[in-house]
Design a protein around this ligand. Sequence first.
Ligand code: CS2
Ligand code: MG
Length: 413
Amino acid sequence: MVLLFTAGVTLLKIVEAKVIVCSPGRNFVTLKIITDQGIYGLGDATLNGREKAVVSYLEDYLCPALIGRDPQRIEDIWQFFYRGAYWRGGPVGMTALAAIDVALWDIKAKQAELPLYQLLGGRSRDGIMAYTHATGQDIDSTLDELARAVEQGYKAVRVQCGIPGIASTYGVPKNGKSYEPADADLPHECSWSTEKYLNYIPQLFEAARKQFGDELHLLHDVHHRLTPIEAARLGKEVEPFHLFWLEDCATAENQQSWKLIREHTTTPLAVGEVFNSIHCCRELIQNQLIDYIRSTITHAGGITHMRRIADLAALYHVRTGFHGATDLSPITMGAALHFDYWVPNFGIQEHMPHSEQMEQVFSHHYHFEGGYFTPGEAPGHGVDIDEKLAAKFPYKRACLPVNRLEDGTLWNW
Ligand code: CS2
Ligand code: MG
């Protein structure tokens, strides 16, 4: 039985879905869904270091099946590609699905002539607190960067620094350039020592608190390099410096293993930038093993799926803390800020500023002032792409590094 109640509703039809790949300083994959009424929506499909896999998934399988569909049926299209694929989830599939989902929300909000956050339920706050990064080769230069971030108005800063005796450390830029991990045609090999790291990092936070006092929020990203018991030690040792969060202190495929960390430290824990579905964090959330869920719109199935994760998290006092590195395009930043403006259990938003060149390709309406973002009032998510300019920056393969322990064993980067 097919019942159609269409009075007063303008029906739309998808007539084109195209993938735009560009590299204005780094690679971005953008999905543009165009309707017969001329309204179009944009979604970010960038999966750092694996961009072409998502391009193929979209171009070869999902885009052809979008043509002719009603873009207003976001939920049905989501289910069609999730359940309908038979092969569910995974970073490639969920990034592609997220791009479709965000583009469809963009279309719906543009059609309603409303900023996207209004469709989600309206704003829950006046501004969205964001944290930026302060990184340096040593403690002194890191503290100089921290002072710069504070001057720019940030109320929260992620602090990372080089470790004596380790040639290169995660998050620390080389030659004064801004940090970009996907920097080589083939994976660059780094070396890692857990012992040297664990012995040094508490000193960084002691120095930061001494110089900046208690009010500034300090964060730290371990980038999955510790085992749970090592993470427990670090969490415990930095307790006197009351971090806002300790991020990705261990891998989390075995969600129960986080119990060990939790039992030993009151340092708040954040995880999830590499997760792609609610099933990657269900046990972590339900057992209250974490405080912040870092999964974001572009890698976890879009607004439709992220909303389910956030709602589950709210039941267990877990708040959001969306990933916002520069390898997520301004489209993700725009969509994330609309979500952040609404979501009741918001925690914080990561912000790594995009370069001027990137912002010329992707114009946006979001705005930062005094430590807080607002998403802007333009209909949709408010981010657009200049396709002509984008075409001037062709794709260039760029891989993320790998990590080895000092004895040569492959480790987590
Ligand atoms: C990071 C990222 O922003 C973060 O917290 O962990 O820099 C991460 O390394 C990149 O997004 C990888 O693509
Ligand atoms: Mg991280």
